[in-house]
Design a protein. Structure first.
Length: 202
């Protein structure tokens, strides 16, 4: 029997943005995957937390993929808690779903960092890494990565958090429902200035 082909896009998703959705979709079509799961981590192995709680990141991820039948939320890391080492997660997923083969989707920055990942030699035997180029990274590694030909996107969660701090809109950078949630919960900073057409003359 053919195994189901499952893409996994692991991330901190603080917040999720169109770069994430585009890379997942590019991998889905290029590799003929059955689905792509967006998998928020609990504690990121190599990243400073900036105080946004896990619940908010999970909710934003859920909202970002809402209505896309080929995308799902994978909550295995957030429900387990602790530092989310991909090797440990993939061992659990393969035990739970032995009828699946997993394609772990990463950006060029992560491709370059693979040699620092926990038990990377063993992890590379468990999953097929799929790489998407990212501006500023050459995306080279000694580990097997299938690179996908996709337009590079100059977009990051860091840039979006900075835009909120600077009072700029997130329109066309994140799905509308994600921006609505960020504004409602007042994540990252203040509301943007009102558009010029809505300002009252002083
Ligand atoms: N613009 C992009 N191009 C290619 N890959 C990306 C892009 N944005 C994110 N990724 C990849 O998506 C995955 C999850 O990324 P993450 O949630 O950390 O977002 P990020 O934009 O890199 O966040 P931050 O700016 O906070 O570091 C990682 O593998 C990352 O390399
Ligand atoms: O297992 C590791 O050592 C490891 C090191 C760095 C990143 N990862 C995973 O790679 C994914 C993207 O990481 P990040 O930091 O960009 O959110 C996410 O699922 C992380 O848990 C995993």
């Amino acid at each position: 029997m053919n195994k189901r082909k499952i893409g996994i896009l692991g991330g901190t998703f603080n917040p999720p943005h169109f770069g994430h959705l585009i890379m997942a979709n590019e991998a889905y079509y290029a590799l003929g995957l059955d689905e792509v799961r967006f998998m928020p981590n609990a504690i990121a192995p190599h990243k400073e937390s900036n105080g946004i709680d896990t619940e908010a990141r999970v909710e934003m991820t859920r909202l970002a993929i809402e209505g896309q039948a080929h995308f799902r939320l994978e909550d295995i890391e957030v429900s387990g808690g602790g530092v989310s080492y991909t090797y440990e997660t993939m061992v659990k997923l393969l035990e739970r779903e032995p009828d699946c083969e997993f394609y772990f989707i990463i950006g060029g920055d992560m491709v370059e960092s693979l040699h620092t990942w926990h038990r990377i030699g063993e992890l590379a035997e468990l999953v097929q890494f799929v790489g998407i180029g990212r501006p500023g990274y050459i995306a080279e590694t000694e580990y097997p990565v299938m690179m996908i030909d996709s337009p590079e996107m100059h977009l990051s969660s860091t840039m979006l958090r900075e835009r909120v701090v600077a009072g700029k809109p997130l329109t066309f950078f994140v799905p509308e429902q994600v921006e609505t949630y960020i504004r409602k919960e007042r994540l990252y900073g203040p509301e943007p200035d009102a558009p010029k057409s809505q300002r009252t003359p002083s």
